[in-house]
Design a protein around this ligand. Sequence first.
Ligand code: MN3
Length: 192
Amino acid sequence: MFIQPKLNYSFDVFEPHIDKETMKIHYGKHHMTYYKNFNDIIQKYPNLRKMSLKEILMNLPFIPVDETDRKKIQNNGGGSLNHDLFWKIMDPNNKKDQNLAKEIEIEFGNIKKFKEIFSQTALNQFGSGWAWLVRDKNKKLKIYSLPNQDSPLSIGDIPLLCLDVWEHAYYLKYQNRRADYIANWWNIIKII
Ligand code: MN3
Protein backbone atom coordinates (compact mmCIF):
# COMPACT_ATOMS: atom_id res chain seq x y z
CA MET A 1 0.00 0.00 0.00
CA PHE A 2 1.40 3.37 -1.04
CA ILE A 3 0.23 6.13 1.33
CA GLN A 4 -0.38 9.76 0.42
CA PRO A 5 1.80 11.82 2.80
CA LYS A 6 -0.05 14.09 5.22
CA LEU A 7 0.29 17.83 4.70
CA ASN A 8 1.88 19.47 7.71
CA TYR A 9 0.17 22.78 7.00
CA SER A 10 -3.42 23.92 6.49
CA PHE A 11 -5.23 24.42 3.20
CA ASP A 12 -5.56 28.18 3.72
CA VAL A 13 -1.88 28.83 4.41
CA PHE A 14 -1.14 30.07 0.86
CA GLU A 15 -3.99 32.61 0.72
CA PRO A 16 -4.30 34.83 -1.24
CA HIS A 17 -1.86 33.31 -3.76
CA ILE A 18 -3.44 29.86 -3.78
CA ASP A 19 -6.94 29.73 -2.32
CA LYS A 20 -8.11 27.29 0.33
CA GLU A 21 -10.74 25.62 -1.88
CA THR A 22 -8.18 24.84 -4.61
CA MET A 23 -5.79 23.36 -2.03
CA LYS A 24 -8.57 21.26 -0.52
CA ILE A 25 -9.65 19.80 -3.86
CA HIS A 26 -6.12 19.50 -5.22
CA TYR A 27 -4.77 17.55 -2.23
CA GLY A 28 -7.97 15.83 -1.10
CA LYS A 29 -9.41 14.81 -4.47
CA HIS A 30 -6.85 14.98 -7.30
CA HIS A 31 -3.75 13.85 -5.45
CA MET A 32 -5.70 11.33 -3.36
CA THR A 33 -7.15 9.79 -6.54
CA TYR A 34 -3.70 9.32 -8.13
CA TYR A 35 -2.70 7.33 -5.04
CA LYS A 36 -5.90 5.32 -5.10
CA ASN A 37 -5.58 4.45 -8.80
CA PHE A 38 -1.89 3.67 -8.44
CA ASN A 39 -2.58 1.25 -5.57
CA ASP A 40 -5.33 -0.41 -7.61
CA ILE A 41 -2.93 -1.15 -10.51
CA ILE A 42 -0.05 -2.24 -8.28
CA GLN A 43 -2.33 -4.86 -6.69
CA LYS A 44 -1.75 -6.95 -9.81
CA TYR A 45 2.04 -6.91 -9.44
CA PRO A 46 3.31 -8.22 -6.06
CA ASN A 47 6.94 -7.65 -7.10
CA LEU A 48 6.36 -3.92 -7.62
CA ARG A 49 4.90 -3.58 -4.13
CA LYS A 50 8.40 -4.23 -2.75
CA MET A 51 9.78 -1.22 -4.63
CA SER A 52 9.42 2.43 -3.65
CA LEU A 53 7.36 4.74 -5.82
CA LYS A 54 10.59 6.47 -6.81
CA GLU A 55 12.23 3.19 -7.87
CA ILE A 56 9.19 2.23 -9.91
CA LEU A 57 9.24 5.53 -11.82
CA MET A 58 13.02 5.40 -12.31
CA ASN A 59 12.60 1.97 -13.91
CA LEU A 60 9.38 2.73 -15.75
CA PRO A 61 10.55 1.47 -19.18
CA PHE A 62 11.81 -1.81 -17.69
CA ILE A 63 9.30 -2.97 -15.10
CA PRO A 64 7.56 -6.19 -16.15
CA VAL A 65 3.97 -5.02 -16.64
CA ASP A 66 1.64 -4.99 -19.62
CA GLU A 67 1.71 -1.85 -21.74
CA THR A 68 -1.67 -0.41 -20.73
CA ASP A 69 -0.65 -0.78 -17.08
CA ARG A 70 2.73 0.85 -17.79
CA LYS A 71 0.84 3.92 -19.01
CA LYS A 72 -1.41 3.87 -15.94
CA ILE A 73 1.64 3.60 -13.68
CA GLN A 74 3.26 6.52 -15.51
CA ASN A 75 0.13 8.65 -15.04
CA ASN A 76 -0.91 7.67 -11.53
CA GLY A 77 2.50 6.91 -10.04
CA GLY A 78 3.76 10.19 -11.49
CA GLY A 79 0.64 11.99 -10.26
CA SER A 80 1.30 10.64 -6.77
CA LEU A 81 5.02 11.41 -6.50
CA ASN A 82 4.99 14.72 -8.40
CA HIS A 83 2.48 16.17 -5.94
CA ASP A 84 4.45 14.79 -2.96
CA LEU A 85 7.38 16.96 -4.09
CA PHE A 86 5.13 19.91 -4.94
CA TRP A 87 3.64 20.06 -1.40
CA LYS A 88 7.10 19.65 0.08
CA ILE A 89 8.79 22.47 -1.80
CA MET A 90 5.86 24.79 -0.92
CA ASP A 91 5.99 23.96 2.80
CA PRO A 92 5.75 27.32 4.62
CA ASN A 93 8.21 26.00 7.23
CA ASN A 94 10.95 25.65 4.62
CA LYS A 95 14.17 27.55 5.10
CA LYS A 96 16.25 28.80 2.22
CA ASP A 97 18.44 26.04 0.75
CA GLN A 98 21.70 27.97 0.44
CA ASN A 99 23.45 25.29 -1.59
CA LEU A 100 20.68 25.02 -4.14
CA ALA A 101 20.37 28.81 -4.40
CA LYS A 102 24.12 29.05 -5.01
CA GLU A 103 24.02 26.36 -7.69
CA ILE A 104 21.12 28.12 -9.41
CA GLU A 105 23.06 31.39 -9.41
CA ILE A 106 26.07 29.70 -10.98
CA GLU A 107 23.99 27.96 -13.65
CA PHE A 108 21.48 30.70 -14.51
CA GLY A 109 23.25 33.93 -13.49
CA ASN A 110 20.96 34.90 -10.62
CA ILE A 111 17.71 33.85 -8.94
CA LYS A 112 15.65 36.44 -10.79
CA LYS A 113 16.86 35.18 -14.16
CA PHE A 114 16.19 31.59 -13.08
CA LYS A 115 12.63 32.48 -12.08
CA GLU A 116 12.04 34.15 -15.44
CA ILE A 117 13.16 31.11 -17.42
CA PHE A 118 11.28 28.69 -15.17
CA SER A 119 8.11 30.81 -15.33
CA GLN A 120 8.28 31.06 -19.11
CA THR A 121 8.72 27.30 -19.36
CA ALA A 122 5.66 26.77 -17.14
CA LEU A 123 3.67 29.23 -19.22
CA ASN A 124 4.68 27.61 -22.51
CA GLN A 125 3.72 24.07 -21.49
CA PHE A 126 0.80 23.43 -23.86
CA GLY A 127 -2.07 21.81 -21.99
CA SER A 128 -1.59 19.87 -18.75
CA GLY A 129 1.84 19.26 -17.31
CA TRP A 130 4.58 20.50 -15.01
CA ALA A 131 7.61 22.78 -15.14
CA TRP A 132 10.73 21.18 -13.64
CA LEU A 133 14.11 22.11 -12.30
CA VAL A 134 16.19 18.92 -12.36
CA ARG A 135 19.71 17.67 -11.91
CA ASP A 136 20.76 15.52 -14.84
CA LYS A 137 23.19 12.59 -14.98
CA ASN A 138 26.15 14.98 -15.30
CA LYS A 139 24.98 16.92 -12.20
CA LYS A 140 23.97 19.86 -14.38
CA LEU A 141 20.84 21.85 -13.48
CA LYS A 142 18.22 22.02 -16.21
CA ILE A 143 14.78 23.54 -16.66
CA TYR A 144 12.13 21.95 -18.85
CA SER A 145 8.47 21.05 -18.87
CA LEU A 146 6.89 17.63 -19.26
CA PRO A 147 3.29 16.85 -20.24
CA ASN A 148 0.70 15.12 -18.08
CA GLN A 149 2.17 13.48 -14.94
CA ASP A 150 5.44 12.37 -16.55
CA SER A 151 8.27 12.28 -14.04
CA PRO A 152 11.86 13.42 -14.73
CA LEU A 153 12.92 10.26 -12.85
CA SER A 154 11.75 8.18 -15.81
CA ILE A 155 14.26 9.94 -18.08
CA GLY A 156 17.12 9.72 -15.60
CA ASP A 157 16.92 13.16 -13.99
CA ILE A 158 16.47 14.09 -10.33
CA PRO A 159 13.60 16.54 -9.73
CA LEU A 160 14.43 19.49 -7.44
CA LEU A 161 11.60 21.98 -7.97
CA CYS A 162 8.30 21.64 -9.77
CA LEU A 163 5.26 23.67 -10.64
CA ASP A 164 1.92 22.08 -11.46
CA VAL A 165 0.27 23.85 -14.41
CA TRP A 166 -2.72 21.54 -14.75
CA GLU A 167 -5.86 23.69 -14.71
CA HIS A 168 -6.99 21.95 -11.50
CA ALA A 169 -4.06 23.70 -9.79
CA TYR A 170 -5.32 27.23 -10.47
CA TYR A 171 -8.60 27.42 -12.37
CA LEU A 172 -10.96 28.23 -9.47
CA LYS A 173 -9.08 31.40 -8.64
CA TYR A 174 -7.25 32.31 -11.83
CA GLN A 175 -9.42 30.79 -14.61
CA ASN A 176 -7.37 31.16 -17.82
CA ARG A 177 -4.73 33.44 -16.24
CA ARG A 178 -1.95 30.90 -15.87
CA ALA A 179 0.69 33.65 -15.95
CA ASP A 180 -0.79 35.29 -12.82
CA TYR A 181 -0.88 31.96 -10.99
CA ILE A 182 2.79 31.36 -11.85
CA ALA A 183 3.86 34.87 -10.83
CA ASN A 184 2.03 34.60 -7.48
CA TRP A 185 3.30 31.09 -6.80
CA TRP A 186 6.81 32.46 -6.29
CA ASN A 187 5.50 34.39 -3.26
CA ILE A 188 5.08 31.13 -1.37
CA ILE A 189 8.42 29.54 -2.31
CA LYS A 190 10.99 29.96 0.43
CA ILE A 191 13.64 27.38 -0.41
CA ILE A 192 15.54 29.47 -2.96
MN1 MN3 B 1 -2.07 18.65 -9.64
